[in-house]
Design a protein around this ligand. Structure first.
Ligand code: ATP
Length: 789
């Protein structure tokens, strides 16, 4: 949008057009012809253009000799109307404004500005001098470090200023529109944000499409050219007929004829409806049509006067010359301070008009007041805006339906993968057997031995094989070895997890032990023991194997006792484990983990997507536009939450179906409670996503932060491992995490069937609601304090 001095006339077509052909149009539209890069303007024998403030600055930097006035190609055409002599009440007043960004370099230094009601104020200045910064402070999306701004007599954001809100129309420098929306949808969306009724939106929309020569309203914004997008952006700023119109470089990339008609329309608006317009432009001569010019340089206002007065005062036929002179003067004054720009702001022009500014507010010019009726601050309007935002979010998702399908399925797919991989009892496990009973009987395999046993009742041969036969084949893969050293070597080679060895006299000794345990001697006791040697490096494997051996041995003993005419209860431990109260004998760790996993995924996935979407909207500029439309942070969050709740409903249902249908985990309690909890947890994630999105600048930052939080939260919330397994301090700390109590509540509903009133259930709901409130409060506070990056 800006360019360097064009020596050959072909560098920057847009600007070139503005210099050579625009201004005549104001006087003589017939003189307009399309831009021709090969049609440079003669300037003192060479072709050059010094029409933008950039050019002026560059000219000063590059050579201290000014270009001749009549060589600029600008035409000494009169402005569209004469400046008005009487001072009018001020709409925008800026006093002693200071602002710097995080880099620390001051962008605004002692900046003063006054914009009168019903005027066009042309803010000129080279690239990077702070024009956009001051405009964003005026519309209330940024704050000054010090100094004050008054809009319609109030500070931006104060009730009554209507700014941000209905009283201002803001066209940011960037396009800041949704590429997937059509032109019609875009205008309807912003019109609805201003709570306009359908008829008014329709009327203004039709007019703007015609006036700004927009393509047909059904065209998607993303498919338009840069200039067309810019015109849609102007239309958005005007859709609600605001009293204050702030346009940041609206004429860049716009056809000269259209540029002329935009200016004409602005003039008409100002004269007919007393609208106030602040416009920035790099095309100096274009700004002659303003009532007042504010010339900015390095964050300060060098002059603020009607263009005619400036030209008269500086005895210059062109506004460009005035700008040049003022910039040169400023540079000279700065240089006189040993090259350090320490010159205090020259507020002479400003003071001549409005008196010496004081830190207090008493010297403010009379303030224009707005019609308080027009400020859309009612609760009904807020609800309308929330619904409009919700509708917009839904449209964005529907337009990206592949993304929507992905979003709906991802949590369910993650639950599926997690449940497939985690919490199952390990199987099969290879285990070695050294059976010395084979040597005693002379039979070398269990199959033959068991064949013998079948023909006899209470046979005291081959009990080792009887026991091995009770071990489930899909859990324990048995591998036979002749000696312990062979089996031990196999363990050392990592081929088996351990081995068991049966003594030669195992059958008779074990029978003696169970039949007359009180009389059993040392030899009998030794002979009835099975020795286990194991690789204990994996507690899950060795623990599962030991449990399996214990269970199978109990079953084997009971069967033997019955076969030999004894009560099977002799084979039971004194510790009787009766039917479980909750869960079942064969409940695996997956059942324990699945609820926590579901909660963790339903929290973190929306967290990341919300954070990324928020940052995307920030970068796109649509968030800024929405805020300038008077939408509050809570309304944006509520609008997003409406759409997300529907998505979360589907996500929770799908995740629960995976758990119940595919993994056969029965939901003993209320399914509805589970769904509500899932949605609340997702909303908790969304709320935290907003918080993260507020202080992260880039999507990658938000993603990395979310990933960094995922594992600690999951690990410390008792999802993978019972809380009792953690150091006591961490156990208490885990109650402060957003997933801990909801996981416990979900587990209690699913596995134990407890209802909402249970002390393990309601705290899960209460804690996630508290977290949502906390995240919302913090996000709103960040926005209020302007700490959003
Ligand atoms: N968010 C930000 N963080 C840090 N620095 C910023 C930020 N926005 C702007 N700046 C810096 O502040 C200075 C003024 O920027 P600003 O956008 O207000 O200039 P401008 O006059 O509007 O420029 P242009 O005409 O090119 O749009 C520039 O140096 C810019 O790099």
């Amino acid at each position: 949008m800006t360019g360097s001095i064009t020596e050959n006339g072909s560098d920057n077509e847009e600007r070139f057009v503005s210099v050579c052909h625009v201004n005549p149009a104001f006087e003589n539209p017939e003189a307009i012809r399309p831009a021709d890069p090969d049609d440079p303007v003669e300037e003192g024998g060479s072709t050059r253009s010094v029409s933008s403030v950039e050019d002026v600055d560059n000219t000063i930097q590059n050579s201290r000799s000014p270009p001749t006035a009549n060589g600029h190609g600008g035409v000494d055409s009169p402005p569209l109307y004469e400046p008005k002599a009487e001072p009018k009440p001020a709409v925008v007043v800026v006093r002693n404004a200071h602002k710097s960004y995080s880099s620390g370099t001051p962008v605004l230094t002692d900046f003063n500005m006054t914009v009168e009601k019903g005027t066009i104020y042309g803010l000129l200045g080279s690239s990077g001098c702070g024009k956009t910064t001051i405009l964003s402070c005026i519309v209330g999306v940024r704050r000054l470090d010090s100094g004050s701004i008054y809009v319609f007599g109030n500070r931006p954001g104060e009730s009554g200023s209507g700014v941000p809100g209905k009283n201002v129309g803001y066209m940011p420098q960037d396009i800041s529109l949704y590429g997937d929306f059509t032109i019609g949808e875009t205008l309807t969306y912003f019109g609805s944000l201003y709570c306009m009724n359908k008829a008014a939106i329709e009327k203004n929309r039709e007019w703007l499409v015609e006036f700004l020569e927009l393509p047909e309203p059904s065209r998607r914004v993303g498919t338009l050219s840069g200039g067309q997008k810019r015109r849609v952006s102007i239309a958005v700023a005007m859709i609600h007929d605001p009293q204050l119109l702030i346009l940041d470089e609206p004429t860049v990339g716009v056809d000269p004829l259209l540029r002329e008609s935009i200016w004409e329309h602005l003039v008409e608006r100002v004269t007919k409806y007393d609208t106030t317009v602040i416009i920035t432009t790099h095309y100096i001569e274009e700004a002659r049509n303003s009532n007042a010019i504010g010339l900015m340089r390095n964050g300060k206002l060098l002059a603020e006067k009607p263009p005619e007065a400036l030209m008269r005062e500086h005895n210059a036929p062109l506004l460009e010359d005035v700008v040049l002179k003022l910039c040169r003067k400023d540079t000279d004054e700065s240089d006189s301070f040993d090259g350090v720009e320490m010159k205090k702001h020259n507020a002479g022009d400003f003071e001549a008009n409005y008196g010496k500014p004081k830190p207090k507010d008493e010297n403010l010019p009379t303030m224009a007041q707005i019609d308080s009726e027009s400020v859309g601050g009612s609760f009904t309007d807020a609800i309308k805006r929330v619904l409009t935002l919700g509708h917009k979010n839904a449209m964005v998702l529907i337009r990206n339906y592949l993304l929507l399908i992905f979003i709906l399925w991802v949590p369910a797919a993650q639950v599926l993968f997690m449940c497939l991989a985690l919490g199952n009892d390990p199987k099969p496990m290879k285990f070695g057997i050294v059976n010395h009973e084979f040597e005693a009987t002379g039979i070398k395999d269990c199959e033959t031995l068991l064949g013998y046993r079948k023909n006899e009742t209470c046979s005291l041969v081959g009990l080792s094989c009887e026991f091995l036969n009770t071990l489930p084949g899909d859990v324990v893969h048995q591998r036979f070895y002749d000696t312990e050293s062979e089996a031990r070597y196999a363990v050392q080679r990592g081929k088996i997890w351990g081995f068991m060895s049966f003594p030669e006299e195992f059958s008779s000794a074990y029978y003696t032990k169970i039949a007359s345990s009180a009389l059993a001697d040392e030899e009998t006791l030794n002979g009835s023991s099975i020795a286990l040697e194991m690789d204990e490096t994996s507690k899950q494997i060795s623990g599962t194997l030991k449990k399996q051996f214990g269970d199978s041995f109990k079953d084997f003993t009971k069967a033997l006792l019955v076969e030999c005419g004894y009560s099977e209860r002799l084979g039971e431990l004194p510790l009787q484990i009766i039917d479980p109260i909750y869960g079942s004998d064969n409940t695996d760790t997956r059942e324990f983990m699945s609820c926590g996993i579901m909660i963790a995924i339903l929290f973190f996935f929306p967290l990341i997507t919300a954070g990324i979407q928020y940052i995307y909207e920030k970068k796109l500029g649509t968030l800024e536009r929405t805020l300038v439309a008077g939408v509050n942070t809570w309304e944006i969050m509520a609008g997003f939450s409406i759409t997300t709740s529907l998505i979360l409903f589907v996500q929770t249902m799908l995740a629960l179906m995976i758990v119940t249908v595919l993994f056969q985990i029965e939901v003993v309690g209320s399914f509805v409670l589970c769904v509500i909890l899932g949605i609340l947890v997702g909303l908790g994630g969304v709320s935290m996503g907003f918080l993260i999105g507020s202080f992260c600048k880039e999507e990658v930052e938000a993603t990395m932060l979310s990933i960094a939080m995922f594992f600690p939260v999951v690990m410390l919330s008792g999802i993978m491992w019972p809380l009792e397994g953690m150091p006591i301090g961490f156990q208490y700390f885990s109650y402060l995490l957003p997933c801990q109590l909801p996981s416990e509540a979900m587990r209690s509903i699913v596995s134990r069937g407890w209802d909402f009133s249970h002390s393990h259930v309601w705290p899960g709901f209460a804690s996630i609601v508290a977290w949502i409130v906390f995240y919302w409060a913090l996000t709103i506070l960040l926005h209020k304090k302007n700490l959003v990056r």
